[in-house]
Design a protein around this ligand. Sequence first.
Ligand code: UD1
Length: 417
Amino acid sequence: MKFLIEGGNKLSGKIAVQGSKNSVLPILAATLLVDGKSVIHNCPRLSDVDAAIRILTDFGCAVTRENDTLTVDSTNAGNCRVSDLLSRRMRSSILFLAPAVSRFGKAQFSFPGGCEIGLRPIDLHLSSLRLLGADTDEKSGMLCCKAVNGFKGNRIHLTFPSVGATETVLLAAAVSKGTTVLTNAAREPEIVDLANFLNKAGARIFGAGENAVIIVGAPALNSIEYRVIPDRIVTATYLFCAAITGGEIEITKTKPQLLEAVFPLLEETGCAVRRNKNTVFLSAPERLRPVRTVRTMPYPGFPTDLQSPVTALLCVADGTSVVTETIFENRHKYIGELIRLGADIRTEGATAIIGGVENLHGASVRATDLRGGFALVIAALKADGKTVIDNIYHIDRGYETPERVLSSLGANIKRIT
Ligand code: UD1
């Protein structure tokens, strides 16, 4: 599958944003802990969500979808092994490890390999599970984890505030004996969303979204109905799409308060941004101004998932901008593709120095990863002529029918085979 984009149209109009991928994946993992049904609203249709559903089905859960609502019935879950294909296909499969061990006393996964944006080790997940009483064994690419008498509360300090490891601790400690105190926890809104889901089902988690989280183990979790938060990364990427074309956009059903690190940057480029509780409105100038420095940081800093989209945006600014990645070691692969579109970008280690050009030019390019893939869409919307983006399965992992959303705003974009 490819996208064919003919650039140059100014985007204008109103869209509602999809639910958050990074919330729905750990919440789907958490449904394994629930005795009964979980009804989850605002679930986007994404290939990563489909992979998570297949993992749950492998475990013996019954999963049904009606529009954006997923119902997971985990009453008959029984299998504790995830197929090699599924655990390798999606890195987030690691989030299913703690709930599976909690539920079955043991679980067996294929070791997730590296991925497009770096090695992404899981040492913090495993050391946390060991502190909570699990035995882990890694042999021939397989990972076995056991806690036959369930997890037991402990004190855990993460050496880095990893989002996934924080979620693993919440998922392991929610149904456990005793109390867990987690320090240097990640503070991302998706962690708060997971904690809200677990608490609504009967868990006792205090302080999610802060540096220290206390989890008082509950004996079991009950059936629940829950609505996932809107996707802050997708909200920002569509703002960037409108901004690069000099357009205007209104995004509804979102949570602008989760993007406080992004709005000052957009204002620095000359965009006017207005927001209220669930809506954000952006109006862009004819030519964007450069920004002095953008540095990715754990929340509430500038998100690493927006590093490539913002780099694409700044390619056509009127001057030089600097963007530094501090979270992942290999998140610059897409830059070579932006250069094919006429961008002037130089990298020095983790820093990209972007000399703004008047305009980009259509070319054939390849998506290298999810966010880097969407960065090419942003660039192509502005570029003169036609751009073909190959390997868009990366983009489908995180953006629900972007061709429909962007066409509704006036873009000329088609999905082709
Ligand atoms: C999550 C998000 C991803 C986002 C990232 C950082 C999901 C499904 N994905 O990924 O979109 O880019 O947070 O905001 O929510 N690390 C270790 N050992 C570990 C775990 C992580 O060294 O055991 C390192 C990673 O290699 C990376 C850094 O910590 O350099 C951050 O990773 P982490 O916060 O765990 O990201 P993910 O949870 O994988």
